[in-house]
Design a protein around this ligand. Structure first.
Ligand code: ADP
Length: 380
């Protein structure tokens, strides 16, 4: 595996944390002093990176969940291998922490080829792209995380590279400018993004597969928690596993982080195995509630309900009121709140659902409740 250094300080390549959310170590007084928003952030932290290598599945069989995506990949990988060709280019999109980078590792491993990792923002100048493609060998996998942040110049240089496996080079200036087209090895581009909508159509259309990663079910996340606990040698009962999986926001990265926090708590308290009570006690210390919501999620719902009468309200206004930036609310908090049915996205802005009112133990207005009963009737 080659990691191409990032100039932008992106989390995947530089060892820094995404979005400036550095994880602090538990304070000396006990394990409960980690900043709340860090506990449930789906973005990768420095300590995630440290344990990542041991937790990352390397084969498709070990990759839990995303079953439709997995069977499609299984077929395509086996077909590409039998033709001794590179796999078609793949785009993965979906919220952070769902396993896009992991899949890139799995694909390279299954294809028996080398993986090169980089990020969109680090490929700013033409020579970044040229340097990159020169390292590629026949069949290699090139993973570009945050591909929606590629510069226009880089994107245009990539088009012929991914379509015809050639690269256009120019030298000299003014009248003396010369251009030449050089062949490059056939490779597989894997792009990953949390914002598929920000990708140009031209780029999106050049991927053979465009695959969306879904949040994991409770059963799938329980399997991931069980596997992580076993790799980290933490003894857990079935109910302990379930409590952690229920609060893992359908996201492996978060579930894995919760396992580590619970392990620290159990060690500090000198208790083993981790059962439901111990897991719940630990996660309560970190203010993760039974639905996997942290104080920022709850604040977001509270503001939506108490300050804006349940909405609709624009994402920028909502983000400004809770003191977060809109991108973080949109990428990190909102997808899970929508998936859990606490927030609804409407053309006029975000709205709190009756489930959100119930979760915060507030009385939902009649209009909300009648909408819910109308929907229930329609579903019958
Ligand atoms: P993304 O690239 O989508 O942000 P990653 O691929 O970095 O997410 O996954 C985050 C972590 O979650 C990885 O370290 C890996 O250990 C774990 N993980 C992700 N998907 C799975 C899966 N399907 N099965 C087991 N562990 C997973």
């Amino acid at each position: 595996m080659t990691i191409i250094p990032s100039q932008s300080g992106n989390s995947k390549t530089s060892g820094e944390t995404g979005g400036g959310r550095a994880e602090r170590r538990p304070a000396a007084g006990g394990p409960g002093k980690v900043l709340r928003s860090e506990v449930l952030s789906a973005r990768e932290s420095a300590s995630d990176q440290r344990v990542d290598l041991s937790l990352r599945p390397i084969n498709l069989v070990d990759y839990i969940g995303q079953s439709r995506l997995k069977s499609m990949l299984e077929m395509s990988i086996s077909a590409a291998k039998s033709r001794a060709e590179a796999l078609d280019h793949v785009l993965f999109y979906g919220p952070p922490g769902l396993g896009k980078t992991t899949l890139a590792h799995v694909i390279a491993n299954e294809m028996g080829t080398k993986l090169h990792l980089t990020t969109g923002p680090s490929l700013e100048r033409p020579r970044d792209i040229v340097g990159l493609v020169h390292q590629l060998e026949e069949g290699d996998v090139l993973f570009i995380d945050e591909i929606h942040r590629l510069s226009r110049v880089a994107e245009e240089l990539l088009y012929p590279a991914i379509e015809d496996f050639v690269i256009d080079l120019t030298s000299g200036k003014g009248h003396a400018t010369r251009s030449m087209r050089l062949p490059i090895p056939r490779f597989t581009l894997i792009g990953a993004t949390t914002k598929a909508g920000m990708l140009s159509n031209a780029l999106r259309d050049r991927f053979g597969f465009v695959c969306r990663l879904e949040f994991y079910s409770l059963e799938e996340l329980s399997k991931i928690v069980r596997r992580t606990a076993s790799i980290l040698s933490v003894e857990m009962t079935d109910t302990g596993i379930e409590v952690i999986a229920m609060r893992g926001r359908g996201t492996p990265r978060i579930a894995n982080r919760l396992v580590r926090l619970v392990r620290d708590f159990a060690q500090y308290k000198q208790r083993s195995p981790v059962d439901a009570q111990l897991a719940a006690e630990a996660l309560e210390t970190y203010q993760v509630d039974a639905s996997g919501l942290d104080p920022t999620d709850r604040r977001l719902l509270e503001v939506l309900i108490d300050n804006y009468g349940g909405g609709p309200v624009g994402i920028d206004t909502l983000a400004a009121t809770i003191g977060e930036d809109s991108d973080t609310v949109e990428d990190v908090y909102e997808p899970f709140l929508i998936q859990r049915g606490f927030i609804q996205r409407t053309p006029r802005g975000r709205m709190a659902t009756p489930a959100a009112y119930r979760h915060l133990q507030r009385q939902a207005p009649l209009t909300q409740l009648s909408l819910e009963s109308l929907k229930a009737e329609e579903d019958m």
